[in-house]
Every structure is written in C-alpha cells, then in structure tokens.
Write a protein that binds this ligand. Structure first.
Ligand SMILES: Cc1ncc(COP(=O)(O)OP(=O)(O)O)c(N)n1
Ligand SMILES: Cc1ncsc1CCOP(=O)(O)O
Ligand SMILES: [Mg+2]
Length: 206
C-alpha cells in the first residue's frame, strides 16, 4: 500500500462555500479519506453537512469518515467513524457501525493503546500530535519512532496526525506512516488548499 493523505475538514465552515472548495481540493490530487470533524456542531448541523459533503467525497471513491459519533455515522451512511480514547469505546463503535465499516482509533503516543486497538480490530491506529497544531489542544506529543515501531511489528495501518504540513511530513513518511492526517496544513496553506494537496501528492509519490 502506498502512503496516503487523510484530510480532516476545517473546524468551522460555510457549507455552500466549503462544498465547492472541497470538490476542487479533492480534484487537485490524491486523497484517500476525508474526516468530517465538527466539534462544535449540533447533530442536525452534522446531518446537513453530511448530506452535502458525503456525496462529493464518495463520488470520487474517497472514504468519508465521521469524527466521534458512530450512531450518526451509521445513520448518515458514512464509510466509517474515528473514535478517541474518551469517545464511544471501540467495541461499541464496531457494533454500531458493522463489520465492514472503517473504525479508526486515537492512540496518542501509546504503544499500549495501539496494541489494544489493533487487537480489538481497529482499521487504523492514529498517533500524534507530531507537531504543534492550531486545530486542537493535543493530549500527547508523539515522535516518529512510534510509527517505526508500529509498522515493524503490526500490519494494521497507522495514521500520523498533528501539525503536519508538506514541509514537515517527510520524517513521518520515512518512519512508515501509512496515512498522514492533515487539517491546517491543507486548508491554511499559504498557496491555498488545491496547491497544498498537489504538494502532498507529489511528496507521497516521490
Ligand atoms: C485521524 C485522527 N486521529 C486522531 C484524531 C483525534 O481524535 P480524538 O482524540 O477523539 O480528538 P477529537 O478529534 O475528537 O478532538 C482524529 N480526530 N482523527
Ligand atoms: C484532531 C487532532 N488530533 C490530534 S492533533 C489534531 C489536529 C489535526 O489538525 P492539524 O493538521 O491542523 O494539526
Ligand atoms: Mg474524538
């Protein structure tokens, strides 16, 4: 499997405007997964966002994952859900989503959390934050060795997250990250999101 870009939506957006930006951004390069992450939105706002954004993503054969809420993810026909250590526990999330859906888990910088998640059947384990980020106050700081360790021991894909840009992603890719999850590094890129995705695509194919 080649290394891939996992795009996280901005924390807030105007839906009509963002729908166009997202389509153009996805058309600019290779993205394998989009996570809708709206921490401050109500369930109805998430429903509305999903109705508009999910087809844009899925029509391009890209997986559409919802953050935090497996019940809504199932209701809204998302391809998967991402759960953190303080969200719905893995087993419950799997029960709700079904065996074929993607269920990914935050594992911070913890070997133990990752081994538990992998053993339970998570489709990926996410490590981070690797770099300072404006998007979230991270609970942990991860170093590239954990990606190297994970990939040398286990088959379950790993995601690197936190402050990743096209300029600092290389050590994480060299350490073996299967996916790099990026929010600000795309949406706040000085040359715009399309150029950012082009740059990440070049990096991932180099
Ligand atoms: C791919 C990916 N990795 C980690 C996270 C963080 O999830 P969590 O720890 O539950 O924090 P919030 O995103 O819910 O604030 C993620 N969302 N996606
Ligand atoms: C959700 C999340 N979890 C750990 S860091 C982070 C933020 C990712 O966004 P950015 O790519 O802007 O740092
Ligand atoms: Mg969460």
């Amino acid at each position: 499997m080649t290394q891939q870009l996992y795009l996280i939506t901005p924390p807030k957006f105007d839906l009509d405007e963002f729908a166009k930006t997202l389509a153009n951004t996805l058309d600019a390069g290779d993205v394998s997964c989009v996570q809708l992450r709206l921490k401050e939105a109500s369930d109805d706002e998430i429903r509305k966002a999903c109705a508009v954004l999910r087809p844009i993503v899925q029509d391009r054969d890209i997986a559409f994952v919802l953050n935090d809420n497996p019940t809504l993810a199932k209701e809204l026909a998302c391809d998967g859900v991402h759960v953190g250590q303080e969200d719905t526990p893995y087993k419950k999330a799997r029960e709700i989503m079904g065996k074929d859906a993607i269920v990914g888990m935050t594992c911070h910088d913890s070997k133990h959390m990752a081994m538990v998640a992998g053993e339970q059947g998570a489709d990926y384990v996410a490590f981070g934050a690797f770099y300072p980020t404006q998007t979230k106050e991270p609970k942990s700081k991860a170093e590239p060795w954990i990606l190297e360790w994970w990939t040398s021991m286990f088959e379950v894909p790993c995601v690197a997250i936190g402050g990743i840009t096209d300029e600092n992603a290389t050590p994480l890719l060299e350490a073996g990250a299967d996916f790099i999850a990026v929010c600000g590094g795309v949406w706040d890129h000085p040359d715009g999101p399309e150029e950012a995705v082009k740059k990440f695509t070049a990096l991932l194919n180099s």
